[in-house]
Design a protein around this ligand. Sequence first.
Ligand code: MG
Length: 163
Amino acid sequence: MTAAPSLRIGQGYDLHALATGRPLILGGISIPFDRGLQGHSDADALLHAITDALLGAAGLGDIGTHFPDTDPAYAGANSGVLLQQVLRHISTLGWRINNLDATVHAQAPKLLPHIPAMREKIAHLLEIDPRLINLKAKTGESLGVIGREEAIAAQVVVLLVSP
Ligand code: MG
């Protein structure tokens, strides 16, 4: 008789302000837009939310503890590199990703055309089949900081399995 696999769920959330003079990096890809996300690193809200979801599922705290935004080492950091560091960490502990579901909240730009490329990039970073990743985009219905195009936010749920 084999033991039942162990499952752990994790969720992540992140929000960054939109600012002029910054490139828009979301889901690890560059998206043409006249503004980008403000932050200490490349400010990729979606990759940050994924990183936090993985850390949460593995019971390892949060992205700010592992990569402090007061540390000059992470100024302009590629969030994909940080995500892969966390992936290595949880892999070492025996976890693999069962599936990931994410929602990006952005009034502008329209993200739908970029979802396939974001999904491919995230699958590549996480070293999993793109079919294990579901990405959704929502506007802010012209309400609040999202709707006024002042910020972009991301929510992620991930399920880890340990055989
Ligand atoms: Mg962030």
